[in-house]
Design a binder for this molecule. Structure first.
Ligand code: XMP
Length: 513
């Protein structure tokens, strides 16, 4: 195992991610980790970048015991400045911030760290720089703006680099990390998702202990299902999953989730039908942000109330809250100021931690979406669920434009179900990132048989995207759209017309509200 000590750079998690691409296991811990409390001996240590200045009074510093481990050490950006600070304090502000690509000039071809990397592009992102060589070090690489782009200790396997090898803009950065981990640290390349399951289950058991209970919300989506299944594997029925039916879920969703999770995956799940409560609170509300707030707050209220009911029989409190946070959700990396800073209070669950005094468990926080899907497949979660499109927390409430009523939700949900059914049938589901139907609050004239109709409009949306920040609409065949439109108008009462949304994001968003 490689130990990554995190000084708070936004890229820190990418270091472990890159190493994992070579099947090397790395564990990331806060930079203030005491080596004596580690409980295991790393094969090598990487000090990450960070937003601080090593010479600032409140700057975080590493436990000097890392040097007694006698294993290779690599300092990246702040990590290198930290090495320099410890050995002569030659660090200060650069004349200007250096941000962007630079060409690496390797001075010692024999150096294993830079093997195969001469003249490659590396990514710089720093304000501070070395003003001189630390005591006992030599220069092993330069760039136009950084005379100390790479440094190495004269006698020990300690290295510092000014650039960020973990970002893809450093074209051969992965090679450097591999050189370090495999050639210099002799780390084993045996990390696999199967091993991840095993170690994560052990970690959960150790963290939760032999008696404590864990609670978590499931949504029917891949993240919460994978997290719940992992938790069930670790502690069985001491994990309590709750699905809150908020009245704005997809068609038959609560029943389907129950079937899959309880019967198929043996997850200890309780389904709470709170749809009336949500719909009552949403009465008369048309503003999208108000809808979101009401749904978020009502969710917290219902979840807390239901959690009371499943209190463990021995009078103990539930102590942990499971959250399916993924790496991209973790906007702040583990801060040296303590783990409480790492919590992103996102979606619905943020408020629960404070109100219920729960500790957070996030078994997926190191993983990216594709890794979670892989994990889900290994845990035996049905393929359809693993590859499901994302669904927003406020659900169909933000897909029924205007006031949300039971009748309106029913129309939107039926149209959506037909649309998704047809997409799957046409074999297009996996090519599309997200697709759904929206119900517009306008009426339009139509004719059915000899009857004049005067009903609402369904807008269909389907997008392709990699990150949901930008998106393009999906170019369906006309025959496909024709079929879906005909089915929706014929099968869903209350719809007179169907349109297809051909706006990209930006300027439009994915959702209509
Ligand atoms: P937008 O509409 O912002 O959507 O382009 C980007 C992605 O975010 C989802 N989305 C939400 N998810 N709560 C959620 O959990 C929300 O309030 C919310 N609003 C949008 C949307 O479905 C898309 O995947």
């Amino acid at each position: 195992t490689i130990l990554v000590l995190d000084f708070g750079s936004q890229y820190s998690h990418l270091i472990t991610r890159r190493l994992r691409e070579f099947n090397i296991y790395a564990e990331m811990l806060p930079c203030t980790q005491k080596i004596s409390e580690l409980g295991w001996t790393p094969k090598g240590v990487i000090l990450s970048g960070g937003p601080y200045s090593v010479y600032a009074e409140d700057a975080p510093h590493v436990d000097h015991a890392i040097f007694d481990l006698n294993v290779p050490i690599l300092g990246i950006c702040y990590g290198m400045q930290e090495l320099a600070w410890i050995n002569g304090k030659q660090v200060g502000r650069g004349e200007k911030r250096e941000y962007g690509p630079a060409t690496l000039k390797v001075l010692e071809d024999s150096n294993a760290l830079f093997k195969g990397m001469n003249d490659s592009t590396v990514w710089m992102s720093h304000g501070d720089k070395l003003h001189g060589l630390p005591t006992g070090y030599r220069t092993i690489a330069t760039s136009d703006n950084s005379p100390y782009c790479g440094i190495a200790h004269e006698t020990k396997p300690i290295y510092g680099i000014q650039f960020h090898p973990e970002v893809t803009h450093s074209t051969l950065g992965k090679t450097l990390l591999k050189n370090f981990a495999v050639d210099l640290c002799h780390a084993k390349q045996n990390w696999t998702m199967e091993n991840f399951i095993e170690t994560e289950i052990k970690r959960i058991r150790k963290l939760v202990g032999p008696t404590a209970e864990v609670i978590g919300a499931v949504s029917g989506g891949v993240d919460s299902t994978v997290a719940s299944k992992l938790m069930t594997e670790a502690i069985g029925d001491r994990f309590h999953a709750i699905l809150v039916d908020n009245g704005v879920l997809r068609l038959n969703e609560a029943a389907n989730v129950k079937k899959t999770l309880v019967e198929g995956l043996k997850i200890n799940l309780m389904v709470v039908d709170a749809s009336e409560e949500f719909l009552t609170k949403l009465k008369g509300v048309t503003d999208p942000e108000k809808k979101r707030k009401i749904i978020g707050n009502t969710f917290i209220h219902v979840f807390e109330r239901e959690a009371e009911k499943i209190k463990p029989k021995d009078g103990k409190e539930i102590q942990f809250l499971l959250q399916g946070t993924l790496y991209p959700d973790v906007i702040e990396s583990i801060s040296f100021k303590g783990p409480s800073q790492t919590i992103k209070t996102h979606h619905n669950v943020g408020g629960l931690l404070e109100n219920m005094k729960l500790k957070l468990i996030e078994p997926l926080r190191e993983l990216f979406k594709d890794e979670v899907r892989h994990l889900g497949e290994l845990l035996g979660i049905p393929h359809d669920l693993v590859w499901r499109h994302p669904f927003p927390g406020p659900g169909i409430a933000i897909r029924v434009l205007g006031e949300v009523t039971k009748e309106q939700v029913e129309i939107a949900r039926k149209a959506d179900n037909i649309y998704i059914e047809e997409i799957k049938q046409a074999g297009l589901y996996n090519q599309i990132s997200q697709a759904f139907a929206c119900l517009l609050p306008v009426k339009s004239v139509g004719v059915m048989g000899d009857q004049r109709t005067y009903d609402q409009v369904i807008a269909l949306r389907a997008i392709e995207t990699t990150d949901f920040m930008t998106a393009d609409w999906f170019p369906f065949e006309h025959s496909f759209l024709k079929k879906v439109a005909a089915r929706i108008v014929n099968e869903v009462d209350g719809v007179a017309r169907v349109t297809y949304d051909i706006t990209s994001k930006p300027p439009a968003t994915v959702e209509w509200e």
